[in-house]
Design a protein around this ligand. Sequence first.
Ligand code: NAG
Ligand code: NAG
Ligand code: NAG
Length: 402
Amino acid sequence: MGFVRWICTVIIFHFFAATPISSDPSFSSNELSSLPTKFLNFAKKPEVFDWMVAIRRKIHENPELGYEEFQTSELIRAELDKLDISYKYPVAVTGVIGYIGTGRPPFVALRADMDALAMQEMVEWEHKSKVPGKMHACGHDAHVSMLLGAAKILKEHEKEIQGTVVLVFQPAEEGGGGAKKILASKALENVSAIFGLHGGTNIPIGEVASRSGPILAGSGFFEAVISGKGGHAAIPQHSIDPILAASNVIVSLQHLVSREADPLDSQVITGQAAVQRCNATVNFFDDEKPFFPVTINNANLHEHFQRVAGDMLGIKKVKEMQPLMGAEDFSFYQEVLPGYFFFVGMKNDSLERVEPSHSPYFKVNEDVLPYGAALHASLATSYLLKIQQDVEVVEGKYHDEL
Ligand SMILES: *[C@@H]1O[C@H](CO)[C@@H](O)[C@H](O)[C@H]1NC(C)=O
Ligand SMILES: *[C@@H]1O[C@H](CO)[C@@H](O)[C@H](O)[C@H]1NC(C)=O
Ligand SMILES: *[C@@H]1O[C@H](CO)[C@@H](O)[C@H](O)[C@H]1NC(C)=O
């Protein structure tokens, strides 16, 4: 998740399409509501917890930037092999797509991002980044570890999966738009819904937070080149001063954001340059750094999340949050299928304060790992069961009418 530059107000409408299938979901609602606690207890078992911690630390020591996550990807595949989980590779350069369950529809996807940031870790600890200038300062190391944790839980309970869980290990979330490339690969073609999570540094451990509708901002990068003509300071009328134009642009941009006008309107920027008799070109880097849409959570999935997280943590620990001005490329998935993004708490007041993500002092509270893993696994498993039950209800109704 990166800092926001620009806000946009794209509204996306989702259509919720359940794929009908035939099988025998013989789950009682009691069993369904006890599933999340069962999964959390499993994830908290010392051998599972320690295994997740070890994976996270290994990835933390060897951070790789977007589309360069070759060793991270290799580590993921090695763990999937050990768990006897089949996968597709490579998808979107370094991405890995795993499959657990019947191998048949319905499909539900869980996503983790794998890339690190180009910054120097300032935390002195045993598992500090071994690569100068690169660091997992956004917790993607923990995200990968939690999704592998979910994979372990799901594999252990594979008989209970009424469909297929698709594990998406995605490259290049930090500005590279890896999600867009995963979608282009068509690997998620028949997926009915997708879930993604992020560690929350100011949410207490054992709590989660999210909301229905817009939750994170859109974001984009551009480079503006303003050119002028040099001259003597004493004869300003014969020079064209690009510094004055650039200063004006900088001040004007602040006004733009504060007034919430469309900051992508390059006319405003070139217009400012023209007033100062300069020329300007603007490059939006569409290929290298695609514009991230707003992250908009599906309303039906919000209900699903509240139920599942409530069953696991108690409904008081499931918080509604205000939208944040960070951005996430998870939004690309939500443009084409119902998607849901949420935050898992990491703050523990008995431990030292966690610095916000993208800080060189950022530290993951590893106690979060079982929560993330169990939430992933529970959201997917109960989503598939729910789809089955909805289909049964619909089919039952048809029978009545016939
Ligand atoms: C999606 O479903 C269609 C029709 O059943 C099938 O041809 C296609 O291979 C599926 N795609 C994936 C990625 O599973
Ligand atoms: C602006 O562009 C025009 C047309 O290309 C050119 O004639 C002019 O010299 C440029 N002015 C500056 C200040 O670069
Ligand atoms: C918070 O940290 C303390 C000290 O390490 C620990 O005993 C406690 O279990 C932690 N709380 C949670 C909810 O993990």
